[in-house]
Structure formats: structure tokens, C-alpha cells
Design a protein around this ligand. Structure first.
Ligand SMILES: [Cu+2]
Length: 169
């Protein structure tokens, strides 16, 4: 099969998933539908692109606390690396892990203060309830300095932020 045909085939599969996602959502199977939606939302961002679960190069555990800290809060990854982030919320309140550029995160953090109930859902973020775990898979195909942050109103402002350097070999 040619590359082009494969791409068309993949597009059809994705289109099919979108259709079934809607059906599943109507059937009340929101959790399953959500997992499929995340697969569909593969959009190149300045800080990388949603990664494939079967192409993970490394797993990094990130712990979150009510002291508004991530541990670790400094990471270095190689350009092209696909990272599986596994989150653990050790606190009593909801936290988030959102990957992005600093300007993008600052802008969203300000919006979250204005509209604290604002829902957002993207393949580069995880909401992690108290005592719960979260997971995202992200491919860092852009070199540079990026951040991860908790955008719950007030948390980013309290310093709940970390830094990722993506370096070419
Ligand atoms: Cu938080």
C-alpha cells in the first residue's frame, strides 16, 4: 500500500471513530468515548504532538501536592522522544498537569481565574483528582524550553509550574 493510501485509510478510520464517539456518548459511555476523542485530536503544537501509547520511549512519574508543587519540576527530554507522564495527586484537592509554552499557559491561567469553572480537555493535559492518578503520552518533536503547569484558579499563581527542556542530541 502506498503512503498516500495509508493516510487516506487512517483518515477514514479516524472519521469512523468520530462517528462512533458520538454514538457512544449518546449511549452514556463517556469514558470510552473520551479515550477515542483524545486519539482523534492530534494537532501539532509549538510544544509537540499527542504521542502513541505503543511508541513510548520513557515514563516519567510526576507527583502533585497541595503545597502547589510538582515533583520533579525540572525535566530534560531529547528531541523526538515520546514520554508517558504518569501523575499522582498526593493532595486533597484537584490538580492538573498542562503542557505548553509559557505564554500559552500564562494566558490560560489568567482565564481560569476569571472563569474558574471553565472546562477544558486536550491531549496535552490531565485532570487528577485527590489521591488519583493520571496519564498522558506526548511526543516532543519541537526543540525548546516549555512548561507544565496546574491551571486550577490560584495554583499557577502559587507556583505550581515546572520546566521541560527539549534538546536536540
Ligand atoms: Cu493544582
Amino acid at each position: 500500500m502506498t503512503k498516500r493510501k495509508q493516510l487516506i485509510g487512517a483518515a477514514l478510520v479516524l472519521a469512523g471513530l468520530t462517528g462512533s464517539t458520538q454514538l457512544l456518548a449518546h449511549g452514556g459511555m463517556l469514558a470510552d468515548a473520551h479515550a477515542e476523542e483524545v486519539q482523534v485530536l492530534k494537532e501539532q503544537k509549538d510544544w509537540g504532538i499527542a504521542g502513541e501509547r505503543d511508541q513510548v520511549d520513557r515514563t516519567i512519574e510526576i507527583r502533585m501536592t497541595d503545597q502547589m508543587r510538582f515533583t520533579p519540576d525540572r525535566l530534560q527530554v531529547r528531541l523526538g522522544e515520546t514520554i508517558r507522564f504518569v501523575h499522582r495527586n498526593d493532595g486533597q484537592m484537584l490538580h492538573e498537569f498542562v503542557l505548553g509554552t509559557r505564554p500559552m499557559l500564562e494566558e490560560h491561567a489568567a482565564l481560569m481565574v476569571k472563569f474558574p469553572g471553565m472546562e477544558h480537555d486536550e491531549p496535552y493535559l490531565a485532570h487528577v483528582g485527590p489521591g488519583q492518578g493520571g496519564e498522558i503520552v506526548w511526543t516532543f518533536n519541537r526543540a525548546g524550553e516549555f512548561d507544565f503547569a496546574c491551571l486550577i484558579a490560584g495554583h499557577y499563581q502559587a507556583g505550581m509550574v515546572g520546566r521541560i527542556s527539549v534538546v536536540a542530541k
